[in-house]
Design a protein around this ligand. Structure first.
Ligand code: B12
Ligand code: SF4
Length: 539
């Protein structure tokens, strides 16, 4: 029995607690850190970006890193695979990442991991950045919460943590003191873009992540890689916790936007096209296009690189005020831009601090149409103080701007968002699981109107989300999209995906219609919905 096997025998709570306060186990570890993705997200086409950069950074510093990222269909089988990987990789540290919605799952997963290793468990990502105390309490399976940007903090933990008392010396984290108090250590400076790690794609199952999907460049069937050219966001939209995450470990506040050097971006794109054979990529920066010069620089560099992938990006309507910017993007291979429009109500745009006006939305979409750029509008209902008049304004706006595709969501007061604070929400651990629903329970209603949220959501979806017997948004794809698909080395995968989707789409549509009529048949909901329909029709 080697020392690691010996450690696996020790798993009583007292021994674990003792190990926490006395020493970090030492022995013949195979891996410095095993990063574990959330088993609730196992089938998502989104790679775990947070680990890609973190792992790349740590590997460049000489650490042995592994990622446990199973893709089974059930939670149980994913957890089983994770535990096997823990045993197999014998890590010095285990890292987990938590969003507020999967809190209970992550706590239970950490407890199970605790039963197979004594390695300290580090928790990072949005949830512990906002409320580290949710993870740090007596007998918690978590040892350390990393707040905000994680690279430098994690490196220092791997380097310096040999004893519980070392934690107080490391910036950017939180831990439970011997007196059972949550201690948050001071913040550090952001990592400059040229120090980010190269995303460690080789640690993931890239076959899984390079399958065709319609959820990346949304509603186009593509094999898409997601990249970041910058981090940070100067805005503070009421429904978003991004600022709280970055702010959690920053001497520079939350608003600093940090760019990555262009050579490194191009190098990554070349790898994605030439090695991993992606046909498309998507830029998921918090605010791509914020600085016009950056867009031109990116487009020039991409054109010069001779790479052939087509791409999409998430941006803001204010970034496409000028048609020239859109033309530059289009000439560099951009086929779709996604915008957070959220609402058509000027009052609500102010309430949510979106820092855009209805005129900006109208102009942005007009420019997209004129230039021939596909446009995607993200909309929200259940915004604070929302009235039926506001919903009608949204309806009218969408009729005017005619996005190529529109999606609707119900706003939820995630901890860390301005809505959570300003809305006077005080719920904690006991209620997080309720945020994991498409339509939240009544206690999270922020709208003033009393319309049933699910019916309102379905109404908008049925009207604007272009559901039907065939996938309509798809056929508004530009020619070069189709050419790219026909030229792809993975044409067969695309064909198979097309067939599957063309069967799925009418089924989804039928289910939605059925659900809608079932809800509307029930008393009070039907009355309010009819009134709303009348208002909408009277535009
Ligand atoms: C892209 C994204 C997604 C993508 C992909 C997520 C992924 N696989 O990475 C998708 C669409 C799947 C998604 C889904 C959801 N998301 Co999301 N998402 C984002 C977004 C826009 C960017 C995240 C990102 O990639 N940032 C770039 C990377 C490099 O930074 P990072 O993730 O913060 O990681 C760094 C640090 O946090 C830290 N770190 C992270 N994990 C770990 C782990 C360890 C061990 C360590 C040491 C460090 C560490 O180090 C990293 C490098 O510095 C953020 C908003 C934002 N701008 O932050 C929302 C955000 C994180 N999402 C949010 C939410 C709520 C969700 C959903 C619950 C929403 C929903 N119901 O659909 C789901 C949950 C999915 C799940 N259970 O995994 C909230 C989180 C709020 C909260 N309090 O938890 C945010 C902040 C947006 C918001 N609405 O406020 N999301
Ligand atoms: S929604 Fe986008 S623009 Fe608004 S604060 Fe979040 S990241 Fe920034």
């Amino acid at each position: 029995m080697n020392s690691q096997q010996a450690l696996l025998q020790i798993n009583t709570r007292e021994q674990i607690e003792a190990s926490k306060t006395t020493r970090v186990p030492s022995g013949d570890f195979v891996t410095d850190i095993l990063l574990v993705t959330s088993p609730t997200n196992a089938r998502s086409p989104y790679m775990p970006f947070y680990y890609l950069y973190l792992a790349g950074y740590l590997e460049a510093k000489g650490y042995r890193v592994e990622i446990a990222d199973p893709h089974e269909r059930t939670l149980k089988s994913n957890i089983k695979l994770i535990l096997e990987k823990v045993k197999q990789t014998k890590p010095r540290f285990v890292g987990l990442a938590a969003f507020v919605t999967d809190y209970n799952v992550m706590v239970n997963l950490a407890k199970s991991i605790r039963n197979v290793t004594l390695a300290p468990i580090i928790i990072g990502n949005a949830h512990p950045s906002v409320t580290p105390s949710d993870f740090l309490y007596p007998n918690s399976p978590f040892d350390i919460a990393v707040c905000g940007e994680g690279e430098a903090t994690c490196e220092e933990i791997l380097e310096r943590y040999h004893h519980h008392d070392d934690l107080g010396q490391i910036k950017g984290l939180a831990y439970l003191s011997r007196e059972d108090k949550v201690v948050v250590t001071p913040e550090r400076r952001f990592l400059p873009g040229n120090e980010w790690g190269k995303p460690a794609y080789h640690l993931l199952d890239m076959e899984f992540y390079s399958r065709p999907t319609k959820y990346l460049i949304r509603n186009l069937y593509t094999r898409t890689a997601v990249i970041y050219t910058a981090r940070g966001c100067p805005f503070k939209c009421g429904f978003c916790a991004a600022n709280a995450v970055w702010e959690a470990n920053s001497l520079e506040g939350s608003k600093l936007v940090r760019n990555r050097p262009m050579e490194s971006v191009m190098e990554e794109l070349a790898l994605l096209q030439n090695h991993y054979k992606f046909d498309f990529f998507y830029i998921l920066d918090d605010t791509f296009g914020l600085r016009e010069k950056d867009v031109y620089d990116f487009c020039d560099a991409y054109k010069k690189s001779g790479l052939k992938m087509l791409w999409g990006a998430e941006t803001r309507v204010t970034c496409v005020r000028k048609k020239e910017v859109l033309i530059a993007m289009k000439n560099a291979g951009c086929i779709q831009l996604d915008f957070g429009v959220e609402t058509g109500s000027p009052t609500l745009l102010k309430t949510i601090d979106k820092a855009i006006k209805v005129e900006n939305i109208l102009l942005g979409f007009k420019n997209c149409h004129e230039v021939g750029m596909r446009s995607f509008a993200n909309m929200l209902i259940n915004l604070p103080g929302e009235t039926t008049e506001d919903l009608d304004l949204t309806y009218k706006l969408l009729r005017k701007i005619k996005p190529t595709y529109t999606s609707f969501g119900v706003t939820q007061p995630y901890p860390g968002t301005p809505f959570y604070k300003k809305g006077g929400f005080t719920f904690g651990k006991e209620a997080y699981h309720k945020l994991d629903r498409e339509v939240p329970p009544e206690e999270f209603r922020m709208a003033q109107h009393k319309l049933p949220l699910e019916i309102t959501l379905l109404q908008f979806r049925l009207r604007f989300q272009q559901f039907g017997l065939v996938e309509q948004g798809l056929f508004k794809g530009p020619w070069r999209y189709w050419t790219q698909i026909f030229r792809s080395a993975r044409r067969r995968q695309y064909l198979w995906y097309f067939i599957k989707q063309q069967v799925n789409v009418p089924v989804i549509f039928a289910r939605m219609l059925f659900r809608y009529y079932k809800l509307v048949r029930t008393g009070e909901s039907a009355a309010s919905i009819k009134k709303h329909e009348w208002q909408v029709a009277a535009e």
